[in-house]
Design a protein around this ligand. Structure first.
Ligand SMILES: *Cc1c(COP(=O)(O)O)cnc(C)c1O
Length: 365
């Protein structure tokens, strides 16, 4: 296995565990169970039915999914969910849909929802530059909303909600694309959550949607079948050809979490240790490493920061690359540096990076 993967801090698609990459390499040649390449396996085969069933079972166990929530493996990424949720649950409704806009990704969702109905932005971080998240009493929520939508982790700015915003009686929807499976989450508060795979769950190509059965039954009629959650649920994610390879990879990631890591509490402890190392390093040299997020909103998955000048940022990125660290460029909308600490990034890798960053600070500080 190429060592470079161990030092991949990319914002997405993110790093995958070495043991998963090894199994995928073998699966492309021949799956242990069938002797055939995973890329040539029928999605109607008993083998793939077992893959879907085990992936669902593992996710239910890891996330403690409430019994009345359905799991769907869809395509179209996080972005299609920005449209699909309002198509199903806002179109034709009178109440507004409430949206919290706290950064780059959560700002995209209401643009799509506004094509389907009445949208209210109940808090907007953009005038302040998206360095923090709202306190519960800052939200002006509508009691009659069709739903409330937010993103639990802003991948670009590196902001992560520490509490769950909610309004009694209003269904809660959440984009968890960049932090699902990084720590336990109490899904009992939610009615619909979604996460594409390529940040923390597997490769690009599959998007996990978990939604309440009762809510799903209220979906808009006459939608194209592929955009109607009910068709996917009836077909148990086999309405049309699903991304077999991506779902198989996701299954391997769930096995890794269960069997090698020991579940989400153990994963969360590892992620806490990584975040402590990284933010400790930023806080040790605040004149050089200027964290984007206010401390109260710091994400354990993505840390964005700037350096005092474009020249220093360029030197940081070039020297980091020469030292073997990958994927540290900030998102194109923000610039600067971003260190992503997805599940597959080890404590050891973060220690190597922070040791190197401390050295950079000594040379340039
Ligand atoms: C990356 C990201 C998206 C975009 O997902 P696509 O699969 O590229 O459509 C949406 N939401 C969040 C929080 C993200 O991090």
């Amino acid at each position: 296995m190429n060592d470079a993967n161990a030092l991949n801090f990319s914002g997405g698609p993110g790093a995958l565990p070495a043991s998963v990459l090894r199994q995928l390499q073998q699966a492309i040649q021949a799956l242990p169970e069938t002797g055939l390449s995973v890329l040539g396996m029928s999605h109607r085969s008993p083998w793939f039915r077992a893959v879907l069933d085990e992936a669902e079972e593992n996710l239910r166990l890891l996330l403690q999914v409430p019994a009345d929530m359905r799991l769907l493996f869809l395509q179209g990424g996080g972005s299609l969910q920005f449209s699909m949720l309002p198509m199903n649950f806002l179109r034709g409704r009178s109440g507004p849909a409430d949206y919290i806009v706290s950064g780059y990704w959560s700002a995209k969702a209401p643009i799509e929802a506004a094509k389907e109905g009445n949208v209210r932005i109940v808090w907007d971080g953009r005038p302040e530059g998206c360095h923090r998240l709202p306190a519960p009493d800052e939200l002006r929520l509508s009691p009659d909303a069709a739903y409330l939508h937010y993103a639990s982790n802003e991948t670009v700015e590196g902001l992560q909600f520490q509490n769950i915003p909610r309004q009694a009686g209003v269904p809660l929807f959440c984009d968890m694309s960049s932090d699902l499976l990084s720590a336990p989450v109490d899904l009992s508060h939610y009615d619909a959550i979604y996460a594409h795979a390529q940040k923390n769950l597997g490769p690009a190509g599959v998007t996990l949607v978990i939604l309440r059965d009762g809510l799903m039954q209220t979906a808009t009629d006459d939608l194209p079948s592929l955009l109607d959650y009910r068709r996917h649920a009836e077909a148990r994610s086999l309405y049309n050809t699903p991304p077999v390879f991506a779902i198989y990879a996701l299954l391997l990631v769930t096995r890794w979490l269960k069997d090698e890591i020991g579940g989400l509490p153990a994963m969360a402890a590892i992620n806490d240790a990584k975040a402590r190392l990284l933010y400790g390093c930023l806080d040790a040299t605040p004149g050089l490493y200027r964290g984007w997020a206010e401390p109260s909103a710091r994400s354990k998955m993505n840390a964005a920061f700037t350096l005092p000048s474009p020249a220093l940022e360029a030197a940081f990125l070039a020297e980091a690359k020469a030292a073997g660290f990958h994927g540290l460029e900030g998102h194109r909308s923000l610039g600067g540096v971003r260190v992503s600490l997805y599940n597959a990034v080890s404590v050891q890798a973060v220690r190597q990076l922070t040791d190197w960053m401390a050295g950079f600070a000594r040379r340039h500080g």
